[in-house]
Design a protein around this ligand. Structure first.
Ligand code: ADP
Length: 494
């Protein structure tokens, strides 16, 4: 079928538009980098007008490329950096402040206060999340309390809140649609995970007026038509999911027990747990994987704070390498790690350790340790952290994980993927289409448009480019993991 989908992928560091064929292959792409704004230590912002302008530019470029190739586009799917928070004026469409990015820690004190007041257990149970500045709720509250007059305007229904998906949707439909999808809504700390509606009690705790919230829809749904004057053509926007959920869909992880890991700046692991909400005993997050035709599919999620960023530190912090791909050859030079371990706790350690005070460390250095040992230890640490996460996911879900699907910028490193397979002791597969996030958004739109009639049809398009089979024996694996655990134990503060 000659049916193509425009996928918009508004990420933390860039905005992309890609056109996918019905077979799930990318035929045209356009991209713009996004400026990171760091007004103070721990604060991270994006300029919403820059995001909007870049979105328009990449969409126009991609549609132009498609037209030149004689391809007609049937609809739009959208995916976005999650949790990043925006508030705009309904009348003017103008944001009242920059977007507060998911990484921003300015509301840490607010979260601590709420913990001290005893709200944590209730919040975690209702939303499946953790009481942490990472999620949207305390960011919304900060905006209402720190932008002059915002709270009064919000209470009068004159302001709209949205994550990036809602904001772009509002702009693309010229203010006609104020909507979001369940996956984005599930990251706000305001959605009741079981009933998938805004939770009055959460709104009360976080002091957020209901009048400013978008309506929550399925991931494949009618979100409105784009304004013709903007893209030269009016297209139905029919698919939305947050980036990690979109990657889960792009990796066709549709069965309970299927799992994907995206290795970029950080690493995000999502395990499909099916129709069942699975609460974590290891401080993992419970979230929606997707909802289609009113049917919810849940996931457990864990993240590694420093993955690609640890490689960036080798390059920019230490000057050990010129470019990220050099680490592969350096690590491969050695027959073993020679007892050198690195714990990249630059911003603390996440699941299952949860020690925000922990800081990075290198262990086991000797006089003949050099670049190669440090590069290898850094890459190895990513595999050990993946192992820690997988163990936690297996404990929480009560299921053994059989294979891992990987994607993201780091997965170009074959040595790393092989080492991950060796440490996990299960096969690790890398798909043909590396752009799984945008692909997932395209799949959602294609489902709504009837290009696919079931998830099984989508699953059939998934193809492994390469599978990495473990080649360590149990003893080798356990020996290395024992070294890692010792290094982590020495790093923990609390
Ligand atoms: P993001 O989407 O988070 O911006 P990408 O998926 O584009 O990230 O991946 C980029 C990250 O991958 C960078 O942090 C970079 O250091 C790392 N990276 C890129 N190539 C390699 C490689 N060959 N080996 C290890 N790390 C790599």
């Amino acid at each position: 079928m000659n049916c193509h989908i425009l996928a918009i992928d508004q990420g933390t560091t860039s905005t992309r538009a890609m056109i996918f064929s019905a077979a799930g292959r990318c035929v045209v792409r356009a991209q713009r980098e996004l400026k990171q704004i760091y007004p103070r230590d721990g604060w991270v912002e994006h300029d919403p007008e820059e995001i909007w302008a870049a979105t328009l530019t990449v969409c126009r470029e991609a549609l132009k490329g498609a037209a030149a190739a004689g391809i007609s586009v049937a609809g739009i799917g959208m995916t976005n950096q999650r949790e990043t928070t925006l508030i705009w004026n309904r009348e003017t469409g103008k944001p009242i402040y920059n977007a507060i990015v998911w990484q921003d820690r300015r509301t840490a004190d607010h979260c601590s206060e709420l913990k001290d007041q005893g709200y944590e257990a209730e919040i975690c149970r209702t939303t499946g999340l953790l009481l942490d500045p990472y999620f949207s709720a305390t960011k919304i509250c900060w905006l209402l309390d720190n932008v002059a007059g915002a709270r009064q305007l919000a209470e009068r229904g004159e302001l709209a809140f949205g994550t990036i998906d809602s904001f772009l949707l509002w702009r693309l439909t010229n203010g006609r649609s104020h909507l979001t999808d369940v996956t984005n809504a599930s990251r706000t700390l305001l959605m009741n995970l079981e009933e998938q509606r805004w939770d009055e009690r959460m709104l009360e705790i976080f002091e957020i007026p209901a009048a400013m919230l978008p309506e929550i829809r399925d991931c494949a749904a009618d979100f409105g038509d784009s304004e013709e004057a903007l893209l030269g053509v009016s297209l139905p926007i029919v698919g939305i999911a947050g980036d990690q959920q979109a990657a889960t869909i792009g990796q066709a992880c549709f069965e309970p027990g299927m799992i994907k890991a995206t290795y970029g700046t950080g690493c995000f692991v999502l395990l499909n747990t099916g129709e069942k909400i699975c609460y974590s005993g290891n401080r993992l997050v419970t979230t929606l994987a997707y909802r289609l035709g009113g049917q919810s599919c849940y996931a457990l999620e864990g993240s590694i704070f420093a993955a690609g960023s640890a490689i960036q530190w080798l390059r920019d912090g230490l000057g050990l390498i010129q470019s990220a791909d050099e680490v592969e050859a350096l690590a491969g030079q050695l027959k073993s790690n020679r007892g050198v371990y690195m714990v990249p706790a630059f911003t603390g350690l996440g699941a299952p350790y949860w020690d925000p005070q922990a800081r990075g460390a290198l262990f086991g250095l000797t006089r003949d340790s050099g670049k190669a040992e440090i590069a290898r230890a850094t890459l190895e640490s990513i595999a050990y952290q993946t192992k820690d996460l997988i163990e936690a996911l297996e404990k929480d879900s009560g299921k053994r994980i059989a294979t891992l699907r990987v994607d993201g910028g780091m997965t170009g490193n074959r040595w790393l993927i092989q080492f991950i397979a060796n440490i996990l002791g299960i096969p690790v597969a890398r798909p043909v289409v590396a752009e799984t996030t945008a692909l997932g958004a395209a799949f959602l739109a294609a489902l709504r448009l009837g290009v696919y009639t079931s998830l099984d049809e989508i699953a059939e398009t998934w193809q492994a480019q390469e599978e990495f089979v473990p080649d360590y024996c149990e003893q080798q694996r356990e020996g290395l993991l024992a070294g890692w655990r010792k290094a982590v134990a020495r790093t923990l503060e609390s």
